[in-house]
Write a protein that binds this ligand. Structure first.
Ligand SMILES: NC(=O)c1ccc[n+]([C@@H]2O[C@H](COP(=O)([O-])OP(=O)(O)OC[C@H]3O[C@@H](n4cnc5c(N)ncnc54)[C@H](O)[C@@H]3O)[C@@H](O)[C@H]2O)c1
Length: 267
């Protein structure tokens, strides 16, 4: 029996083929959920890429549609929620995955724009999606929200001040909402990925790159620091998302779960 049969799940930031959003959308669909993949979709090319991801899931017999949503635009979030309710009548699962790495870099060189975008995407976008979806979940008797924070939401990595501050905020928001909406049967948890080899993971790797070092060398260095001996892949995080979305985690709420190959916060 599929663990998420007939559940309706929205995933943000799901356009990139290597990303955690798409990996989670695919695994949610394979577990039986009807999945709504969302991402920016600012032009024809971005819309085509997002639609392509939904197509890939449908080709594997999954149930998926694509809706363009810039999570910094509350009106776009509201329109998406309305469309999903029109089409499916409920929302059981929300994976707030979209995020921006723009807040990585040296603190003294960090611009207002880096702070503003980090806040708008990583924090406010997650806040707004929760605020739009929670009333629907309350009305329908509950749901599961999973926020993609980061190991940087639990511990400090050098030269990532704005990213770190906003990911700590995501963990705090997760705990606050878990507390406030537990009685509505809504569970709210975070996943805290470590070094995951995605498009964004590679941007972070470039920051660590020393003169003359190739990206493959940086990846090898990063892998050596992970107790399980490798950088993660998006599917590692997607498995945790499916678990937190399903009844297998029925008594788990307010948790910030490292998905980091044994890397422990503070080490
Ligand atoms: N890669 C890592 O090592 C790592 C580690 C910890 C946490 N994370 C977090 O995981 C999440 C997914 O990242 P990923 O590594 O899969 O990279 P990714 O680039 O594939 O995913 C991020 C997605 O967010 C989307 N996005 C950005 N701004 C948006 C906006 N305003 N509205 C809608 N969508 C927007 C991007 O288009 C992109 O598709 C992010 O929240 C990131 O901070 C990544």
């Amino acid at each position: 029996m599929k663990s998420l049969l007939d559940k309706v799940a929205i995933v943000t930031g799901a356009a990139h083929p290597m990303g955690m959003g798409f990996a989670a959308a695919l695994k949610l669909a394979q577990a039986g959920a009807k999945v709504i993949l969302t991402d920016l979709g600012r032009n024809e090319q971005e819309l085509k890429v997002l639609e392509q991801r939904a197509n890939e899931i449908r080709e594997l017999d999954g149930n998926a549609i694509a809706i363009a949503v810039d999570i910094t635009q509350r009106s776009q979030i509201d329109r998406c929620v309305e469309k999903v309710i029109e089409q499916y009548g409920k929302i059981d699962i929300l994976f707030n995955n979209a995020g921006s790495p723009i807040g990585c870099g040296e603190f003294l060189n960090m611009t207002d724009q880096q702070w503003d975008i980090s806040y708008q995407v990583n924090v406010k976008g997650t806040v707004d999606f929760c605020q739009a979806v929670i009333p629907v979940m309350i009305e329908k008797g509950g749901g599961s929200i999973i926020n993609n924070a980061s190991l940087s939401g639990l511990a400090v990595v050098e030269k990532m001040a704005a990213y770190t501050a906003t990911k700590f905020a995501v963990v705090g928001l997760t705990k606050a909402l878990a507390c406030e909406f537990g009685r509505n049967n809504i569970r709210v948890n975070s996943v805290c990925p470590g070094n995951i080899w995605t498009q964004m993971g590679q941007i972070e790797a470039e920051l660590l790159q020393k003169d003359g070092q190739s990206i493959a060398d940086v990846k090898a260095d990063m892998s050596a620091k992970v107790p399980l001996g490798r950088c993660g892949v998006s599917a590692d995080v997607a498995n945790a998302v499916v678990y937190l979305a399903s009844d297998m985690s029925s008594y788990i709420s307010g948790v910030a779960m490292p998905v980091a190959g044994g890397m422990a916060p503070g080490l």
